[in-house]
Design a protein around this ligand. Structure first.
Ligand code: CMC
Length: 432
């Protein structure tokens, strides 16, 4: 909890001055405390898009956008992607430290034992149109979990919060896989507790009752790495949505459904689908200059998807790992000279050499390469964002738990710069 200022800033308005405490974080820029500003000075601050506003204190994830650094509980993402695995990273995000072997075994066991969905939820899936986007199905089904798991919706009960966290992390792969199966008209595949988290997800997506399905360990490792790279990203739009929804005391399933809805947008989690569609639309390397010119044209709404980030003003460290993974997976699958990968690599090269992108510090982000891997694994583009959502669930849940445990937490209620009409009298319809 931030309560000991290290410095003070002075704000002067007309002939009055106001002292504002400054807190120093363990890493990152100092933070100016404006909580009492309105009470003392009668003014609000104005920050659409929260570009300069810290909405909470947190100990979970740290990003240094200039250095291109992402740390979970202090551990760099490239080390976690290389040496750890998703469920261990989940434990780290949820509980703050890497688990001992016994703690990890217990945690993995708990998650594995919660992967099945209430049997009646099948009928809920079946109520959707087959051609619904799997994200639409996920928002609905996750929101509906509060109608199925009443014993884990009391947020004042620590035990219930814990069970809800485990349920969400454990069931999300089943929900995403079933949303996919339903959309392609195949039977739902039940989870298998003898498989790892990632292998089980691949099994639920790609196996059919008619024949055995073998999960390739390299593919399940690549899947696990995609989960790990998306696990958390501090106060991004969907995480802030979860925190804002939770600030009213809403139940965990409703909050995570809100996060999924926010993630769906093409500026956020929907960018991986939009990026692959863009690469396919470009099609061949000779078309790249045309698309780069469009991205630079102020009168054209087109943007290079998978490029740019609110926080990273350098390489997104997740993109670096993802690019390596893309090479490995395509190699394993024997997809040589994949035309989309060629377009991606050449587009990255040409954009990085272009002053427009370097001056604006626009670099490839995590979504630039993830779609290529997912498509090579056999996922349709509509499943890219659901996979992001299932990976990010642990981040949302960890941040949600952190918020509820914070004694300072209160309902989120931004203010506004009102530019509308001042008070005026109602005019009867016949006089308008
Ligand atoms: N292509 C072309 N120009 C761009 C791009 C792009 N992808 N991204 C930003 N710009 C330009 C933008 O036009 C603006 O130019 P100017 O200063 O001349 O007006 C400048 O760069 C700053 O852009 P901004 O929109 O003010 O920056 P932001 O921090 O609000 O937006 C972003 C960040 C990620 C929404 C944006 O870069 C974008 O739309 N990128 C494409 C979508 C994408 O890949 N999103 C995935 C983000 S990573 C995964 C996740 O966290 O969900």
């Amino acid at each position: 909890m931030a309560d000991t200022p290290t410095k003070t800033a002075t704000l002067s308005i007309d002939d009055q001055t106001f002292d504002l405490p400054i807190y120093s974080p363990t890493a990152g820029p100092d933070v100016l405390d404006i909580r009492k500003l309105y009470a003392q000075a009668g003014v609000f601050t104005y920050d659409p898009g929260f570009t300069s506003t810290a909405s909470c204190d947190s100990t979970i994830t740290f990003i240094d956008g200039d250095k291109g650094e992402l740390l979970h509980r202090g551990y760099p993402i490239d080390q976690l992607a290389e040496k750890s695995h998703y469920l261990e990273v989940c434990y780290l995000l949820l509980y703050g430290e890497l688990p001992s072997a016994t703690e990890l075994e217990t945690f993995e066991n708990t998650i594995t034992r919660h992967t099945m969905l209430h049997e009646q939820m099948q009928y809920f899936f079946r109520g959707f149109r087959r051609d619904a986007h799997p994200m639409a199905t996920m928002v609905g089904v996750v929101g509906a979990m509060s109608a199925f798991y009443h014993d884990s919706t009391d947020i004042s009960d620590n035990k219930q919060r814990e069970i809800a966290s485990h349920r969400l992390i454990a069931k999300m792969p089943t929900i995403a896989a079933w949303a996919y199966k339903y959309s392609i008209g195949q039977p739902f595949v039940y989870p298998r507790n003898d498989l790892s988290y990632a292998a089980n997800f691949l099994h639920m997506c790609f196996s059919v009752p008619a024949e055995p399905y073998h999960v390739d360990p390299i593919l399940s490792r690549a899947m696990d790495r995609i989960f790990t790279l998306h696990a958390d990203h501090e106060q991004n739009a969907s995480t802030s949505t979860v925190r804002l929804a939770s600030s009213s005391g809403a139940n965990p399933f409703a909050c995570i459904a809100a996060g999924i809805a926010c993630l769906w947008g093409p500026a956020h989690g929907g960018a991986n689908q939009a990026c692959l569609e863009m690469l396919k639309e470009i099609g061949t390397v000779d078309k790249i200059p045309e698309y780069i010119a469009r991205a630079k044209d102020k009168n054209d709404p087109f943007r290079l998807m998978g490029f740019g980030h609110r926080v990273y003003k350098n390489f997104d460290p997740r993109a670096t790992v993802m690019k390596k993974s893309a090479d490995e997976v395509l190699d394993l699958l024997g997809i040589e000279n994949n035309p989309i990968l060629q377009v991606a690599k050449e587009l990255e090269k040409q954009a990085l050499e272009d002053p427009y992108f370097s001056e604006k510090k626009l670099f490839p982000n995590v979504d630039f390469y993830s779609g290529i891997i997912l498509e090579a694994m056999g996922f349709p583009t509509s499943m890219f964002t659901p996979i992001f959502a299932l990976s990010r669930t642990v981040g949302w849940v960890s941040q949600w738990k952190e918020q509820l445990a914070d004694p300072q937490h209160k309902i989120g209620r931004p203010r506004q710069l009102y530019l509308g009409s001042t008070a005026r009298d109602y005019t009867d319809i016949e006089n308008r």
